[in-house]
Design a protein around this ligand. Structure first.
Ligand code: NAP
Length: 511
């Protein structure tokens, strides 16, 4: 069993310590790490020992020096004495640094002992030797934590757990290391850390116990849990983990969905794919691809000779990868289906019936391109409006005649257009610039028959949609597209229909 450990910085306020410890217990922690970095004299140790005798959870005691990410300025021998002395209050474990262990006398060490090594600047050069040293030491538990240089460092942490000779904690710090904290349980780590709340983390990248339990399905994780995730940069604020994990939970599916921070550039994407695919015990089963990697995903799949959906290839972007048992890859684009299905559901028509519609697409970036390709594919007549006119013209030239007609028009002429459907695919109106609208102040002649669709989902009702609603038009918000593209991914990965209402509720509650 992998323990969920909440670290607490200890001051001389024992009432506060007890309160925090009780909250951690209620939140589902199995063990506490008490950081005694600021504890020194006997006057502080006496009440601490009292606390330890009645602590609501087992405790690990540690007193970190500055060199290993702590705040203690005491000499190694003094820190060791603090730990020895505090431990008389019945702590479960004492954690001391391997680097300092040679400078103290461990022969009468309070047992059990965790020996640890931290590197806040990157992967330790001597990683393999550190493991050998820890294995040869008097420790009962080995701990190694370093700052992930890239997401690939997590794989090495998992390998350390898989090849452990003693109970082991192997963690990568920083945003790219988040997955090592969550998947510690999958790989049988001795423990992982989670902060009591969002503001009380003791190391970079540590997430709260609430996130660990609710968002990342801690209780459901096991050795055979399939791993999914969203590959992008940035990914920290993606809502995809929330909706996919809620959907997995709802379906009783043994999967976990994680944010996978992969630096921009094809080489970074390729290196990530190669290392994650090669590590079979990860059970990597599917990926969502977001900015800036949708084109990289297509290129990678082509290089590997993978199966790629035709329209994804034509759009030039893959947003979904399915990884089969034999690591055969398939690439899709669920964005275009999400755009089409949002429209056809709102109008209660089939995709074929879109052939009779004239559609204004505002924007010629990635989403604009997807909308134009999808609508032209269905035979709609599409007018592209974009700030940079050349991009609109290039898009029109590329997709016209496949099978609908596509033309470009100046953005200033948008208010004179007479389309039945208007789609905003620009970022105009997106949080925090919520007062902006791609229409400006002059609206086209919207009627009750006009459908206005904003792909921006934060805020759920943009200024563009509010203008359309005020003019009596029907509207679709970007949440609809977001949910539908995610539902397409869920189906591609699990073979089941996605719980779209649940996903919608999750997004709405987070916005
Ligand atoms: P992108 O490739 O960077 O394209 C951005 C587009 O917005 C370009 O056409 C750009 O025009 C235009 N633009 C940006 N700022 C503008 C401004 N101030 N005035 C006028 N036009 C402006 O981005 P993307 O990937 O297509 O994403 C665009 C938006 O789509 C996102 O912000 C997001 O809200 C939405 N989206 C929604 C979903 C969903 O599931 N609901 C999924 C993906 C994206 P230029 O060509 O002149 O630069």
């Amino acid at each position: 069993m992998t323990l969920l450990c909440v670290p607490i910085f200890v001051t001389d306020d024992m009432v506060k310590l007890r309160g925090v410890a009780l909250r951690a217990c209620e939140a589902g922690a199995d063990i506490l790490e008490l950081r005694l970095d600021e504890i020194g004299g006997e006057a502080q140790l006496v009440p601490l020992r009292q606390f330890l005798r009645h602590a609501p959870l087992p405790c690990i005691l540690t007193c970190r020096p500055i060199s290993e990410g702590g705040q203690s300025e005491l000499a190694d021998t003094e820190r060791w004495e603090v730990l020895q002395s505090a431990r008389e209050g019945q702590a479960a474990y004492v954690d001391f640094e391997l680097a300092a262990a040679s400078r103290v006398d461990l022969t009468n060490s309070p047992r059990p002992l965790i020996l640890s090594a931290h590197d806040f600047f990157g992967r330790p050069n001597r990683l393999a030797n550190l493991v050998l040293d820890l294995n040869a030491s008097r420790s009962e538990v080995n701990k190694i934590a370093w700052t992930a240089r890239s997401i690939r460092d997590n794989i090495e942490a998992f390998e350390l757990l898989q090849t452990r000779e003693k109970p082991t904690i192997a963690l990568c710090m920083g945003e790219a290391g988040l997955i090592s904290r969550v998947l510690a349980k999958k790989f049988g780590a001795f423990l992982t850390f989670a902060s009591l709340d969002n503001n009380s983390g003791t190391a970079p990248g540590q997430i709260s116990i609430e996130k660990m339990k609710r968002l990342y399905r801690w209780d459901a994780l096991g050795p055979s849990t399939k791993v999914y995730g969203v590959v992008g940069s940035p990914v920290a604020h993606s809502m995809s983990p929330a909706i996919h994990n809620a959907a997995f939970e709802n379906a009783g599916y043994d999967g976990i969905y994680l944010p996978l921070l992969v630096n921009p550039g094809y080489e970074s994407f390729k290196a990530f794919m190669e290392s994650f695919l090669a590590f079979e015990p990860l059970h990597l089963s599917g990926l969502s691809i977001t900015i800036p990697h949708k084109e990289n995903a297509l290129r990678y799949l082509k290089e590997r000779g993978a199966e790629i959906e035709e329209l994804a290839e034509r759009i030039g972007a893959v947003n979904t990868i399915v990884i089969g048992k034999d690591r055969a890859l398939r690439g899709f684009n669920t964005d275009y289906a999400a755009i089409l299905d949002s429209i056809t559901a709102a109008l209660n028509i089939t995709r074929q019936q879109l052939a009779g519609y004239r559609v204004a697409v505002i924007g010629a970036g990635g989403t604009g391109r997807t909308a134009v390709a999808a609508l032209a594919h269905c035979g709609a007549t599409v007018v592209v409006y974009n700030r940079t006119a050349e991009r609109a013209a290039a898009l029109a030239t590329e997709f016209t005649g496949r099978s609908g007609k596509v033309v470009a028009a100046p953005l200033e002429k948008l208010c004179d257009s007479c389309c039945q459907i208007y789609i905003n695919t620009t970022s105009v109106g997106m949080h925090p610039n919520v007062h902006a609208s791609p229409l400006g102040e002059r609206l086209p002649a919207f009627t009750a028959e006009t459908l206005v669709f904003d792909t921006v989902y934060n805020p759920p009702v943009t200024r563009f949609l509010a203008q359309a609603q005020a003019a009596g038009a029907r509207t679709i918000g970007g949440i609809e597209m977001f949910i539908r593209q995610a539902a397409g991914q869920f189906h591609a990965w699990t073979g089941h229909d996605a719980p779209m209402d649940l996903m919608r509720k999750v997004v709405e509650s987070r916005l």
